[in-house]
Design a protein around this ligand. Sequence first.
Ligand SMILES: [Zn+2]
Ligand SMILES: [Zn+2]
Length: 473
Amino acid sequence: FYCPVCGWIDTKTCQQHGETKTYAKQKIPIKPLIERSKKILDMKVLPELIKGVRGTSSKDHTPEHIIKGLLRAKYKIHITKDGTTRYDMTQLPLTHFKPKEIGTTIERLRELGYTKDYLGNELQDESQICELLPQDIILPDSPESPDEGTAKILTRTTKFVDELLEKLYKLKPYYKVKKQEDLTGQLVICLAPHTSAGIIGRIIGFTKTQGFFASPLMHAATRRDCDGDEASILLLMDAFLNFSKKYLPSSRGATMDAPLVLTSLLTPCEVDDMAFNMDIVDKYPLELYEAAQEYKMPWEVNITKVSETLHTEKQYEGFKFTHDTDDFNKSVRCSAYKTLPSMGEKLDGQMQIARKVRAVNTSDVARLVIEKHFLKDTKGNLRKFSMQVFRCVNCNEKYRRPPLKGRCLKCGGKIIFTIAEGSVVKYFEATQKLAEEYNVSNYLKQTIMLLQRRLEDVFGKEKEKQTGLNTWC
Ligand SMILES: [Zn+2]
Ligand SMILES: [Zn+2]
């Protein structure tokens, strides 16, 4: 315990000065620390780049062991604020799969409990269809994606965990992963954003798409309200070793996105009831279509739903399906949104599709893009620009207002903006072009004009711009 007056003491409260802190400002001899760590790790050369944080924002300012940082740099893995390594993905529901779709051998799948296909036949062929067990997951490993797939990142994370166990904790390595298939059967924590309750999942294979495939019940279990479709996973052993509440910032809301509670067993009746509306049929009966013709309400037709199987054995399996696919990897594996580099190109692509699809009103698409994205973004950034702090180029001192002297009061350095004009107006040209080209309503056009005036008030009127001759061709 640290008393600001007496220094380090043994009791929680100082008899003369009251409350103590669990931390104090002190100089840390980083060189001997690193040298000692290198010896423990048997590391001859340090990794080229070792990342750290500028400061700790947790209540007790507890730092991590420096060896963990060195090892993470060695294995090139990233870390989140709670000390764990995560992978973010888009959630996709899946009830059935074929061994060939997930790149796992029949032999391994049988070891994992998939001895029979969904019809009860012995699993022997990689084209047979299996019903996905409720807590089993299939992870994205798309060769087309610019991002690294899960298999590589998870493998490196297991190596990091193993070396950490051996060298720092003096224990036996746990994962011993040699090939991709060794990752199957491993447990992970699945966590949705803005929640703090994770659920255990088991890896059974990898997909060449960018989706995180799991049972609809599993996806529902990761979230409280269905406000998104993204989740992350982290290796269970990584969480056990490296997670600590003590690293989390003391600010409010910091406990969000950290796995504070863990569900080990999925209980369908406890998940969000959206998943309960799923139909359990292998084909829809004629009565459904007849009822549709008479404009009957959905509940007037009797179709078995997940909600009716709750609290019975059937709540976990026998979900059936109406249409089969040959291979779920045979689809668009990487969205053009990811490969197109600039916003302009993404927008062009979106408008091209809008023009091609007859059911789409192009002018309305333009309106939505302008209203929901561009105007919001520009207005928000304009507001931020007018409320920004200023900083010194030399010593990084921050100023709420630029000093009258015009230079840094500490070192005399130059004072600059922290928000660039470019970041405010970046979408404005695109907005005007879109409004012009797709003839949006006069109201929206005038809103854009007003915004233009506000921008000109702040940044000054744009001078006559020089353009290349080719813009006129
Ligand atoms: Zn004291
Ligand atoms: Zn300065």
